[in-house]
Design a protein around this ligand. Sequence first.
Ligand SMILES: CCCCCC/C=C/CC(=O)SCCNC(=O)CCNC(=O)[C@H](O)C(C)(C)COP(=O)(O)OP(=O)(O)OC[C@H]1O[C@@H](n2cnc3c(N)ncnc32)[C@H](O)[C@@H]1OP(=O)(O)O
Length: 727
Amino acid sequence: MAEYVRGAPEVAVIRMCNPPLNTISDVMLRALSEEVNRANIDPTVKAVVICGANGKFSAGADIRGFSVGIEKNTLSLESVAALIEKSEKPFVAAIEDIAFGGGLELALGCHYRIANMKAQFGLPEVKIGLLPGGGGTQRLPRLIGIPTALDMITTGKYVPATEALKLGLLDEIVEENPFEAAIKLARRILGQPVGPRRLSLKQTPKLPNMEAFLHEALLKVKKQAPGCLSPEMCFRAVEASVYLPFAEGIRKEKELFLLLLTSDQAKALQYAFFAERISKKWMLPNGASWKTVSPQPIRKAAVIGLGTMGQGIVVSLVKAKIPVVALEKDKKHLEIARKAIKASLERETLRMQQKGKTLDIHKSKLLHFTLDFGALKDVDLVIEAVFEDMVLKKETFCKLSEICKPEAFLGTNTSCLDIDEIASITNRPQQVIGTHFFSPAHVMKLIEIIRGQHTSPTAIATIMNLAKMMDKCGIVVENCFGFVGNRLLSSYTEQTYFLLEEGSTPEEMDKILEEFGFKLGPFKVSDLAGLDVGWKSRIGQGLTGVNLPLGTPPRQRDGKRYSPLPDILCENRRYGQKTGKGWYLYDKPGGKIAKSDPWLHNFLQNYRKAHNMTTRTITQEEILERCLYSLVNEGFQILSEGIASCPEAIDTIYLNGYGWPRHKGGPMFYASEVGLPKILTKLQKYAEANPDIPKLQPSPFLQKLVTLGSPPLKNWPSLVSPQQSKL
Ligand SMILES: CCCCCC/C=C/CC(=O)SCCNC(=O)CCNC(=O)[C@H](O)C(C)(C)COP(=O)(O)OP(=O)(O)OC[C@H]1O[C@@H](n2cnc3c(N)ncnc32)[C@H](O)[C@@H]1OP(=O)(O)O
């Protein structure tokens, strides 16, 4: 776990060795402490360099260890950092590539820190529901001051070496491996006193307006992830570094760390961390998988259709340094898109500069705007982002088939349409794949990658690799109407409309679901996205509009309950924010501040009267359960149909594309925590009361899991009937 060697006659080297990321376990801590003691007592050793094997310093504590629990007599990370700091011999941290979490805390215990140019630093514990429990909340503010330390610790963001040097976190940076430079530094400082380098002996630098600053900072932290404990606990620990002496600050840090360690939120956030990694590992029934199939290089891509989605996709590709041909149907739309993309890239350039990275959009020849389909003949990938209309999509793919080189991949950015139908019009269905981006596409992490029946494993590997290059989270799912995300969403929104009919209000439901943890409630989301989007889709499906057969009962389709409420709003041109009114009222078209709208409440009353519905008071419990359990129920159905490979994939989709509160793990994790028997019983109750709502009928797979004694979530995929497993 920790090697002890000589780097120079008077310099000992302690190398952390736990491949691939040198994560810190109990065993590693013991080994480190032994080697630090060995160096301390060896009179021939005058200085020590601590580094990591495998080209990495350390990714911090082994997160898997937290779920097992930390044993009482476990050596604490802080005690090892303190052992290093107290040494009379100078310790130099030679940081290669990463120093995260406990890894950075160990480095903060060292007297000097040197890193390579590529290195990144961070205390990301907040993201896994914890706080830096190895002295980081006390040492970092003393080193770099409250504002930056607070920002790093409460957001968990990573800073690059150049910025770390400016902040004073590092003493030196070098181009390549910092090991040799660390040995040189260690020799240079031999004999110099280490006392002034001990962070525990320093005061946290004062700010003239410390109290006001902290007050503002706390408000910001509370807004960051409403309902999530760890950001505020991180704040409290850092605040202690201002008001308490070091030893007391450490006690406070430990007290808060232990409080978080056993919390449900930490469990959920750590689950989410691993869920994202598990769900990237796609595998097909024929054995092809992320391990065995190589991606093809995408040297040049094209995007067709430069509306909001297309623009975001172009920006994402450029940010990944992939040359893009951006194509529109006419000059006017091309010019609008050109301006919007340029402005967006300029904002991105600024943001990246602030992060110490570069994106030189001016010098680069990454973008080519055109009206000419001929410009697509040499691209390796096309992502089509035209309107959500099957006829238009098929026309586009027919053209692409003729123009693009045979090996080019053809992606379609659709949120629900049939990939196989689109592929069927092409001369290369094996190269056709769904690439469902989320709006705004240059910001949102998720891409649902939809496998059609002919999509080749190479196409999947290529798009998964592209997602990685764009710093996005690609999840492979099967082809069905709405795929995974929108299928779950439609069960949830359907309930919100029914509850509205029965007596609730947009304000009430938004409040309840925002308190649950969604950034925005369903009606605010609908106003933001535009009600017309769903309306067009329902018209296309023949659920409303001119294609609806005469005599169809207004609140029934195919014998099932249907709510025409959103359709009626659209018929009244209430599309949401863009028209200044939707479920709420805005001060002008494009306005963002939602106000309660007397028109809507009046309309709802009249609607209920017209349909002979008695308005009833609905409890918060019923609102939450009907909305969330119907969504989760669809998740079980999706698993049983083999549309998603595992519950982790569904959760990752919901966390990255639909605003599910991360500290609640994801819908399937949430279901497992609530308890499957309770979910089943409640669904049965609601289904009995609403026999015309099939989405409330418990999924047979949920029933099977309950019959089997509610096995842990990780076992669910193995219980799906093998005939259904497609992924
Ligand atoms: C007994 C000790 C008590 C100590 C108590 C003191 C408390 C200390 C707090 C901490 O240090 S908490 C940990 C803080 N560190 C992190 O949160 C880092 C998390 N990791 C990352 O951000 C990324 O993994 C990375 C380091 C940036 C690397 O990213 P990359 O995309 O290159 O690879 P991944 O696919 O993410 O990871 C590869 C592989 O490694 C697993 N892994 C990564 N970090 C950890 C970790 N800290 N603990 C356990 N496992 C980790 C990851 O799950 C992947 O595993 P797989 O099986 O190959 O999918």
